[in-house]
Design a protein around this ligand. Sequence first.
Ligand code: ATP
Length: 217
Amino acid sequence: MKAGLFGGTFNPVHSGHVLIMSDIIDAYSLDSVIIVPAAVPPHKPADYMADINLRLEMTRLAFAGLPRCRVSDIEAKRGGRSYTIDTVHYFLKNLSSEPELFFIVGLDAFLELDTWKDYMALLKTIPFIVINRPLTDGAGQQALASFLTSKISPGYVFSPQRDVFVDDRFMPVFFHKTPAIDISSTQIRERLKTGRPVQDMLPDDVEQFIKERGIYQ
Ligand code: ATP
């Protein structure tokens, strides 16, 4: 059994999140993915953060069509600041099937890993799958390599057969080299605020939910 954990603020969840999960489930033969919306993100002051219950509901609607995905309210229930290390330990202890767990994260978020609580311990605890994202310099793999070797361990080397960085003291970091999808929650919040269309960026049910509840206006 293999399972992924996918954390984020999902403010709001968007079509990029859903497309990427579908792709990653196939690419890494995952049996399941647990999506974990964060209650209050410790390192991400957003311009506007919708209530966690609304974000949970939107995330459930977005992933309803992907049977291997489920949404967890663990961070919502814990309340306060959410730390990935705590969430990872929770699932390692509490998943009855004891799957091989992977933490799935976008490149932008991974490149800030050195600001996360206990990040060195985290990289000794769980392998990562890092998703390519549009960067200003366009060089995702190079950015990842230089981050890992300068901030984590100079011993990380890239294995091109499996697109993975390995180091004998840390967990592997897979680089999911999919063509980057240029959709972000920030763009969507800005478009909604100024009344511009968002229909190609969000699942239909999520767009309808946002309109009905008047979120991000
Ligand atoms: P914001 O614009 O508010 O920063 P976001 O679009 O990055 O939000 P998050 O909720 O932070 O959305 O995303 C959860 C996770 O999904 C993060 O690890 C993020 O890097 C990743 N992610 C989000 N959008 C994409 C995308 N288009 N391509 C690849 N990864 C993505």
